[in-house]
Design a binder for this molecule. Sequence first.
Ligand code: SAM
Length: 236
Amino acid sequence: MIFHVLTIFPEFFEGPFAHGVVKRGREAGLLDIRIHNLRDWTSDAHRTVDDRPFGGGEGMVLKPEPVFQAVESIWPERRSDQKVALLSAQGRLFDQAMANRLSRDAEILLICGRYEGVDERVAEHLADKEISIGNYVLSGGELAAAVVIDAVARLLPGVLGNDNSTAFESFQDTGHGGGLLDCPHWTRPAEFRGWKAPEVLLNGNHEEIRRFRQRAAREKTIRLRPDLVGGQEPGT
Ligand code: SAM
């Protein structure tokens, strides 16, 4: 899969993808991340990407021309499996189900807003969707783009090494009563400061361990995220 990111801060992305499974996935050729500088699609000496909002008010707005030109030059003819997503606090909330859907596309181009946001014509006439990573306002779409890429990349075949790994992760609905939180995990030492890891995990009985984990995942979901099993949204 190819991820494109359109940003005025390309250097932001030097860090987030230089570690762990995403880095290894890139090196193995399982995914490609291409960072594009929005200013490359400006034509004035100052490489202007923003302007004042019509109607007055605070801040600046990213202009439509460089954004449209960038997308149209990256994909002169766009296929249906090449998606454009605008990162926006006003978008649909990003979750594991959306990550799964995005992982089935061949390419996605993520537009990072800044300042007061992006000229609305980008959302209306260029982007396939607006994606929010949570009900709060960030200073720019870069962090959100990194979150989306990381969550989607780990779902791509081969990226985690063992494709079954994602099936047991939190929120992953496998169609067998999934969509719960992952079960809790323990590692050595078996006893730490008097707190013991559950005995059943040490006994080597795979069937018992499987049943314990299923029960523990369900209990933890009910305790921390009852909304996932039809209960009330937890308070903060
Ligand atoms: N004026 C906008 C509003 O109130 O909805 C906020 C603009 S924000 C300061 C600048 C950019 O950050 C946005 O255009 C968007 O790209 C990004 N952004 C902010 N919050 C986000 C969120 N929760 N999810 C995804 N992107 C976000």
